[in-house]
Design a binder for this molecule. Sequence first.
Ligand code: DOR
Ligand code: ZN
Length: 472
Amino acid sequence: MQWDLKIINGTIVTGSAMYEADVYVKEGKIAAITKEQLQGACTRVVDAEGKHVLPGLIDTHIHSRDPGPTYKEDFAHSTRAAAMGGITTVFEMPNTNPPVNTPENFDLQQRNLDEKAYVDYGLWGICLGPMNLDSIQGLNDKGVIGFKFFWGYAVHEKTFQLLYNYEPGMDDVIPPFDDGDVLEMMEEVAKTGKRFAVHAESSDLIQKLTSRVKDSGSDSYAAFLEGRPNLAESLTVNKGIELAKATGARLHILHVSSEEGVTAVKRAQEEGYPITVETCPHYLFLSDEDYPAIGTSMKVYPPVKFKKDQDAIWEAVRNGTISHICSDHAPHTAEEKTGDLWSIPAGMCGVETMVPLMLNAVHDGKITLPDVVRLLAETPAKLFGIHPQKGTLQVGADADVTIVDMNQEDKIDQERLQSKSKVTAFDGFSVKGLPVMTIVRGNIVMDERVIVGDQGGGRIVKPVETREILRK
Ligand code: DOR
Ligand code: ZN
């Protein structure tokens, strides 16, 4: 037998165990995992002595802005950042221009991203209420990973761009969709068996409370949180859950940020509903107490909240209420992120820093390495129908591998990020534990903190047919 790649002497990490074994790769697939020396020549041998060998890690939530405001970020930059961050598959959010709102635009987007991708990718489809209800089944047939709904966001009438800071009366704007629209979207998505993923913040409440605090003249982080309180999240999460119960939609709550949001999901899960929820590093590693030191770079939607929320989110990660962790990579330029808290855009870079932060959390005793694999590979792959092709080290799976060195230390330096815009709230954070090799389908894309892969080397990944799951 002739092997393409062999990873020897490393410690394999699964979602539940760690053991010593070598990984043999042939034609982009894992061909064997064994402690025995298998016969045959090998083109490339990687010695992972003292390192951990993880299934390729997945980031289910990134915004590369491509096509669209690519002056902030594009897919070549975001997938280089992914590779540097130990991520082998990203799921690209659909709020591009044009958005992924029709089967035709799915094809356009695939052609656009194919030539830029350094790692593999899946595509989210967007739900735009009555404007694309008749495209949902077509998008499903094309192979979207799931459907995203920006609940409470207004949309520009012509470009379909989201408006971050909507106020009633704006021109050329489709105001946030109403409950009836949401019900119809969920009914349509329920037929596909794929997840209906929502950004859960009540725009009505936010508009009212934000204008109240703004009028009072305050622009502190506390005032900002008064305008977007925990209630804004739990109101919409609860409404989403009720609508999901009524329609049979598999609801997924994106980037949960509050104790109240987590509690609502937990309750629905205990009742037996298939509600899932993700969170992001900024909710795990930051709270309002960090604002004086960090400043506007930590403005995200939903906002980073209080210490008690941070604690509740960690608890929900450990007890399984939170299904997985993703970055919500959402770059804006340094200039855009400078200014008053009310008007600057929300979002920051994340795809490159997520894994180092999570590995550092292993050293801090917050989670284990198998937890990292469960939260960043196995569960997301299962949730979105790409397991066992992705998310696991097993014979026949894609040879996607992330090798990490738990002893390497670094300081996150935003200037060194691979992204086009380099703003992160984690600038200057010390981390112990770094990805040192990223392998996508047997191809080494990052080696010893250097990008060595090819632009265009990434491929689209599509989920298995979920309507079959529904029939079972
Ligand atoms: O902070 C955020 N930024 N939250 C979102 O939901 C969107 C994102 C972006 O695209 O900038
Ligand atoms: Zn997002």
